[in-house]
Structures are given as C-alpha cells and as structure tokens.
Design a protein around this ligand. Structure first.
Ligand SMILES: Cc1ncc(COP(=O)(O)O)c(C=O)c1O
Length: 459
C-alpha cells in the first residue's frame, strides 16, 4: 500500500483548486508505459490516462525520439509566415484517418480552443454564404465542451453557469439521452427518441434560420460518464440537423484518436456522420498541448474565397506540437492502437462487469472501447446516490492512490445527474495490465464499501 504525503495546504499552485487541509497530491517523478512514479518511490497504474489524454502511456520512446528530432530543426515558426512539414504531415494523417468529409484540419493547443474554432468557423461560413441570421449553438444538458467562455456557454453544467453565467452568451440546451436513471414510463430507446425530438422542438422554437449548430459528445466524457446512446439517436439527430440546415458537431476531444475502438467514435455510426469534428487530448496523447477542428473541404474553400478564416492564435499549428501529433498518429496506426483499444476494452469491460456484479455500490458500467465509466450508487435497487456530502468520486480517487491506481474522479454538475468514475487507461495497455488495474480497482472499491458500511451509509 502506498504511503501518501501528509495533509496541508497545497502551496502556490494547488491552493487554487484544493481546499485548505486537503491531502497533498503525490509529486510526479517519471512515467513509463501505464505506470507513473512519484518522488517518494510509490507507483500508480494510470487507470484514466490522466484526464483521458495519455493514450500512448508515458515515456513512449518513439514519441520522445520524434520530439528530440524536431527540436534539432525547428520548434516554432508562425503559420502565417512559414509552412511546416510537421503541420502538413499531421494534418494529412489526421484528415485521412478521420475519413471523407473531414478533410481540412485547423490545429490549435487544446480542446477548448478547438471547440471555439469550430464555432467561429461555422459562424463565418454562415455569414459568407448569406445565412447571417444563424448563430445559436444548441448543446446538451449535461455536456462539456471546455472552459473558455464560448465553450463553457454551450456546455451543460448548471454549477459552472451559476458562477460564470453573466459572462456567457445564453444558448438553448436539450437533454442528453442519459441511460441509467430514466424518467417514468421510458426505456433507454424511448427516452433517446424523446431527446432527439427535443432537439427538433428546440430548433423550431428558436427558428431554424437562427440555429447554427448542434454539438454533442458522441461517447460522453466526464459530464455523463461515458454515455452511449442507441444508434437510432445518432441517426435521428443527423436527419434533424440536415432537415434544418444545422451543422452537426461531434466533440471527440475524449472519444477521438482511437479510444473507443474506432479512430473516431463517429465511425461506430456511419450513417450519422458529423459535419465538423473536434479532437484534442489523445491526439497528442499528453506529449504536447494540442487540439484540432476538422471541416469539409468545400466549407473551407468557401471561407478562404471570402478572405480567409478570421481566427488564429500565436500557437496555432505549433511546429513542435504538430511533430508530436504526427508521431502519435503514426504510432496509433502502426501499432494498431485502435484495434488494441477495442480488444482491451472488451477485456476491461468484462472485468468491470464482474466487479460491478459483486459490489453493492456499482450501479452500471458503460462506454465503448477504452472509454468506460462506472456509476456509483448507495443502493443498486433504488439507484439512490451515495449522499452528496460524501463526495464519493473524490473519495474513491483518494483511496485509489493508496492502492497504486490513478483514477480521474471529479464530480460534475455537483452530482445532479449522478456520480461516476472514468476507467480509461492508455490504449497501449496489455491484458496483464488490465488484470492488475482491475484487481487494484476492486480493492479500492472494497475499501470504500467498508468505510460506507462502518458509517452506516449503506447496508
Ligand atoms: C468532451 C470535451 N470537450 C472539450 C474539452 C476541453 O478540452 P481542453 O481541456 O483541452 O481545453 C474536454 C476536456 O475535458 C472534453 O472532455
């Protein structure tokens, strides 16, 4: 069992996000494969790839070699002054892997920037094609698209909106087709159909000529705990968007780059392709800050002909980041990490299902490939939550560290939709490591159950 650092204020940086007296976090020393090592000599299996980012694990020799090689040539050159071979290779690979219709890559430094870029591009496209009345971006509740003001405005998180609401442009939101706790008289399928119908109702209510786009996470991230809808939902959403000239954006920041067992989660539903896709996280696998928005060539040509995209950042298409991204995509293809995500995802899913069957506090396991989540409950029959004041995800995360497991356990929307754990290890994980992860997770959950029983929280 790992020895954790003593409690205390986290110092100049941790004190922004952690309350006084919170336990200190372990201090990172190095990473190797799925393992992270702290400066006290403890090791942790990276069960969630950090925040679902480290898709290639840590210290990957081919990525480190690519970084060193690029550093000897050029690290930065401003994209309005110079092209770079790294950007060309990265964008070509990404567009090829993403498939037809997602032909052009706009490269930025993270998921929020990529979401902002997608919205601004679509807005400018609407303006130059005589559809200047379109500006509203409909999002889902709950849902998450980033923490910059534009991305937060279209995210469905009431807590964030309570605090930052005055700064955010209000846009309509429609319910996400949650699958665990359903409204009365609904099945998963009928509720998903109702959620799709709610999208069309919202478009009609707002006036279709005012609606620019609908954005969703095709496989959910932290906001919904790896929510996957029935295929009919995606197909209906696609039809509705086409009918009303509304662009369909898939936010694949977590689900893209191979994580769900396909390069894009969109590839699971070939008849419901998005108009625009946004990626980050696994795209550079944590080795560089990176994101990208993918658009159809015809749309980009139209905006270019009208003077070009009025947008950009100092670090757009950063040369070193692009070299890292290109190396990551090369590795994803050559090592068939997408296939490994599918194979190891099946194995991990079976292990998590077995843990759930024997644990009184796991209500559901869901997700696709290696983007999985476990719903935490106090009672599996009634689906009652563990009392909110226990902040169950955070507590499981603390216990997991003691069992040598790094889990992404942040509560979202103050627990209004439930509590869950993301189980999303690197795509490089082996069958033996899946076993080790599962054993450590089972031990962590058993300790939490003992704690809840001792306090009389569960029977
Ligand atoms: C689905 C989704 N979209 C957007 C973002 C924002 O990405 P970033 O934190 O890189 O800005 C995240 C981050 O967690 C995400 O999960």
């Amino acid at each position: 069992m790992n020895q954790m650092p003593p409690s205390g204020l986290g110092g100049s940086h941790q004190s922004f996000t952690r309350p006084p007296g919170a336990p200190r976090l372990p201090r990172i020393a190095r990473g190797e494969g799925v393992w992270l090592f702290d400066t006290d000599g403890n090791r942790y299996l990276d069960a969630s790839s950090g925040p679902v980012a480290s898709n290639l694990g840590h210290g990957h020799p081919r990525i480190l070699a690519a970084m060193a090689a690029q550093a000897r040539h050029a690290v930065f050159a401003y994209p309005s002054q110079f092209e770079s071979a790294a950007n060309i290779e990265f964008s070509d690979r990404l567009a090829r892997l993403a498939g037809p219709g997602l032909d052009r890559a706009w490269v930025v430094s993270g998921g929020s920037e990529a979401v902002e870029s997608a919205i601004k591009f679509l807005r400018q496209h609407a303006v130059v094609t005589g559809q200047g009345s379109r500006w509203k971006v409909i999002g889902r509740q709950p849902g998450y698209h980033g923490n910059t003001l534009g991305a937060l405005a279209i995210s469905g998180d009431d807590h964030a909106h309570e605090v930052f609401g005055p700064l955010l442009q209000a846009v309509p939101r429609v319910p996400a087709p949650l699958s665990y706790r359903l409204p009365p008289n609904h099945t998963v399928e009928t509720y998903a159909a109702a959620c799709a119908a709610a999208l069309e109702a919202a478009i009609l209510r707002e006036g279709p000529e005012t609606v620019l786009a609908f954005i969703l996470e095709p496989v959910g991230g932290l906001a919904t705990g790896a929510l996957v809808a029935p295929a009919a939902y995606y197909e209906e959403v696609r039809r509705i968007c086409t009918r009303h000239g509304v662009a369909l954006i898939y936010d694949e920041v977590m689900s893209g780059a191979g994580r769900t067992g396909r390069f894009l989660a969109a590839d699971h539903w070939p008849t419901a392709r998005p108009d625009v896709a946004v990626l980050a996280k696994g795209l550079s696998a944590g080795y560089a800050p990176m994101g990208a928005a993918l658009f159809p060539a015809a749309m980009v040509d139209r905006v270019a002909a009208a003077g070009g995209f009025m947008h950009g950042f100092t670090y757009s298409a950063h040369v070193m980041n692009c070299a890292v991204g290109a190396a990551v995509l090369r590795e994803v293809e050559e090592a068939d990490l997408t296939g490994n995500a599918e194979r190891m995802g099946c194995l991990l899913r079976a292990r998590l299902d077995a843990i759930a069957a024997n644990s009184p506090i796991i209500g559901e396991v869901r997700g696709l490939g290696l983007l999985l989540a476990m719903e935490l409950v106090a009672d599996r029959g009634s689906k009652a939550m563990i009392p909110l004041e226990r902040v169950a995800p955070q507590r499981v995360g603390e216990l997991a560290l003691r069992h040598g497991l790094a889990l992404y356990c942040r509560r979202t929307s103050r627990g209004a939709y439930g509590d869950w754990l993301m189980v999303s290890p690197p795509l490089t994980i082996t069958a033996e490591e899946v076993s080790e992860l599962s054993d450590r997770l089972a031990a962590t959950l058993a300790e939490f159950v003992d704690e809840l029983r001792a306090d009389g929280v569960i029977a």
